[in-house]
Structures are given as C-alpha cells and as structure tokens.
Design a protein around this ligand. Structure first.
Ligand code: FAD
Ligand code: GLY
Length: 369
C-alpha cells in the first residue's frame, strides 16, 4: 500500500477514481490540463438512467451501468460526508414516452428483458400516466415508468467530489495546459508544459474525449472521439414536472433548483464546444411534444460538452496486458456520470488485484489494436 497513483484527467472519472483509490490507502495525484470538471462532466444532465439509455439487448455494458446505479445511494452520501458539501441526488423515477401503438411492442420487450435483470418497470397509459405527470402531452400514448432512475446535479457533484478528494489528501494539479507521458514502460513519468515533473508507480488514464492523443505514446489504437452534446435549461416552478422524461428525440430533467434541463444533440464538431442556433432549435422544436407548456417558454441557458465516444460505444476500462501498471478508464460516452462509482471501484479493485466485480473483457483497452 502507499503506492503512488497518477491520474491523468480531472473529469468525473478521474475524480471518482482518485477518491476511491486514496480511500483505499494509495497516494493519488490528479493532473488536469484545465480545470477539474470543466469538460463533459460539468456539462452533463446528470441522469442515472441505464434502463432508458440502453435500448439494445442486455450485455455486460448494461450490467456495468446497473451495478453503478446500485452503488449510487451509498456512494453519493460518502462523497457528501467527506466533502462536507451537498449536491442534488433525486430519486425522481423516469417516464420513457412513446407516441405510436407500434412502439408499445418495443416497450413490452424492454419491460420483459429488463425485468429479467430485476428492473421495476410499469407501462402506464391514459389516466394513470397523466395522474403521475399532469403536464405531459396527450399525444403520448404510453410510457414506461422506471422508479429506480434518478439524477444528480452534475456541476455540484463534480465540485463535491473534487472537495472530497482534497479533504482526504489527493494532490490536484490544474491549469497544466499540456501533460505528456514521457515514460510508462517501467516507471511512470509525466511532464507538464511548464516543465513540472510527476512520477508514480501506476498510471490511470482518465482523459475523456482526448484519450486518442495517447495513441502514439502507447502504440495502441485508441478510437475515442468527441461527440458534442448541446443542451439547454428553462426556469420552471419546482414540482411542475416530477420525473425524468425520456423519448427517442431527447430528454427533460426537472432539477430541484427550479430548472428544467433539456438535452441533447449528438453532433460531430471536433473539440468545439460552442452552441449553435440549429442545435438548440432542434431541442426547442421537439420538447413541446412532451411538455406542451414549453411552446411559450424560452431557455435561459444553453451550453455544450464533449462526450468521449468510442468506436464500439463501450468504455475502455482495464489494465494494459503489456504494462499492467497502466490502467485505462475512459470513453464513457453518454453515461460517465452514472458510471463514475463503478469505474472508481473497478480501478481500485484492479490496483489491489481483486477479482472483477463485473466481466471486463468487452472493455479491454487493447481491443482495437
Ligand atoms: P471529462 O469530463 O471530459 O474529463 C476529462 C478531463 O481530462 C478533462 O477535464 C480534460 O481537460 C482532461 N485531460 C484530457 N487530456 C489531458 C491531458 N493530456 N493531461 C491532463 N488532463 C487532460 N452522463 C450521464 O451519466 N448522465 C447524463 O445525463 C449525461 N448527460 C450528458 C449531457 C451532455 C450534454 C454531455 C456532453 C454529456 C453527458 N453525459 C452524461 C456524459 C458524461 O458527461 C461523460 O460520459 C463524462 O463526463 C465523461 O467523464 P470523463 O471524466 O471521462 O471526461
Ligand atoms: N446521457 C445523456 C446524454 O449524453 O446526453
């Protein structure tokens, strides 16, 4: 124990990993080129929604998401206690809405396979549905109610996690502009643009959408690319909308601070995080089909973030077979907030040489090489 762990990247994945590893007795340093949580993690809607987000048949990725959802109640409380800070974590439940009779079949099929995984899932229609969410459009013919789906206020969660890390002794270096891995095969050695040098025993790569920059360093194919998410928020009286509302076109998340978050586009724009009129218009044109009252409302805030997407849609989580002291934890695409506790636990387990808590084969970082 007491080994020195260098975490590259201070987004939610780097912070969560650092928090868990430091708690288990490692000496952790985070290297962040700008500010912790300043990229995708601070931009997220904060949904913890594996049932709504995953449409395909069950696989180990779904198992990973589910494992993380189950860790959340305890995890978020531990972060709050150690940070001595609050952030919103609401068990709102969600409604996955459909508009056509034909879509009922797909709801039923989801209900069946997700039920096999222990999901609570009820198909609501008519009065039962509108009683649960009175503002919903009458065009919606049915919705799947997932009582377990929840959400956090992502910017505050990131801040609390950073504070929790600091409170337990994680060293955090920000504004490093550029950090290069100069040695990883035997010892870990990184150098920042200003010449500061960092050494360690193990290295954890948590650099989100920028992970592909390390292809040359490790001689690996790392097909992680940025997918921009444009998103906006409305002022809304607390309680007017109660659940996360999900449809094939996007989602709406009612926050406890009196805002309604409406996301999000998926567009390719390199590392550009500007918001376009077209991107937001797509959301504002669609959202009144879920909540008609939005037809008369204007978003008060618009922003964008870069999801770290991989070629096959699954994250890279695991050790390098040729250099097991290097661990990847990146490429969490649409579910990094949800996956932060389980990723942190998996990385700490890998450092300790524990058995995998979920099968990791499909997340192997070298699978594209
Ligand atoms: P990031 O937060 O991007 O952090 C990576 C960090 O690494 C950055 O701070 C960067 O500066 C740093 N870095 C990169 N290279 C280097 C280097 N060489 N040296 C030092 N630092 C480096 N997920 C959910 O679970 N639920 C949601 O509801 C949800 N909604 C979303 C909505 C939007 C609009 C977007 C954009 C994303 C959403 N996501 C959601 C996805 C989630 O935000 C991401 O999966 C998650 O934030 C990824 O975390 P990360 O730490 O890997 O990446
Ligand atoms: N998970 C929601 C998003 O990525 O937009």
């Amino acid at each position: 124990m007491g080994e020195r762990i260098v975490v590259l990247g201070g987004g939610i994945i780097g912070l969560a990993t650092a928090f868990e590893c430091q708690r288990r007795g490692y000496k952790v340093t985070i290297l962040e080129k700008v500010t912790c949580g300043g990229q995708a993690s601070g931009a997220a809607a904060g949904m913890l929604a594996p049932y709504s987000e995953i449409e395909e048949d069950p696989d180990d990725f779904f198992r990973l998401c589910l494992a993380s959802l189950k860790l959340y109640p305890k995890w978020q409380q531990e972060v709050k206690d150690i940070a001595k800070a609050e952030f919103e974590y609401t068990n709102s439940g969600s409604l996955h809405c459909v508009y056509h009779e034909a879509d009922l079949l797909s709801l039923e099929s989801r209900q069946q396979w997700q039920g096999d995984f222990g999901a609570e899932a009820d198909i609501l229609q008519g009065e039962e549905l509108y009683k649960r969410e009175p503002e919903l459009s009458k065009e919606i013919i049915a919705a799947m109610y997932y009582p377990e789906e929840s959400h956090v206020f992502a910017p505050d969660y990131v801040k609390a996690l950073e504070q929790a890390c600091r409170n337990i002794g994680v060293q955090i270096y920000e504004q490093l502009e550029q950090v290069d891995v100069v040695n990883w095969e035997e010892e870990i050695h990184l150098v920042a643009k200003d010449g500061q040098s960092f050494t360690g025993d193990r290295l954890v790569i948590c650099s989100g959408a920028w992970a592909s920059e390390l292809e040359g360093t490790f001689g690996l194919s790392i097909p992680v690319h940025p997918i921009r998410g444009q998103i906006c928020a409305y002022d809304m009286p607390v309680g007017k909308v109660k659940h996360i509302l999900y449809s094939s076109q996007g989602y709406l998340v009612p926050k406890g601070n009196g805002t309604l978050v409406n996301g999000a586009s998926e567009d390719i724009a390199g590392f550009n995080t500007t918001v376009t009129e077209r991107g937001i218009r797509r959301l504002t044109n669609w959202n009144k089909n879920v909540l008609p009252y939005l037809a008369n409302e204007i978003p008060f805030h618009e922003w964008a973030g870069l999801r770290p997407a991989t070629q096959d849609g699954y994250p890279l989580i695991g050790k390098l077979s040729t250099a097991p002291h290097v661990i990847f934890a990146t490429g969490h695409y649409r579910n990094g907030i949800l996956l932060s506790p389980v990723t942190a636990h998996i990385v700490a387990d890998l450092l300790e040489g524990q058995r995998d808590r979920v099968p990791l084969q499909m997340f192997a970082p070298e699978r594209f090489s």
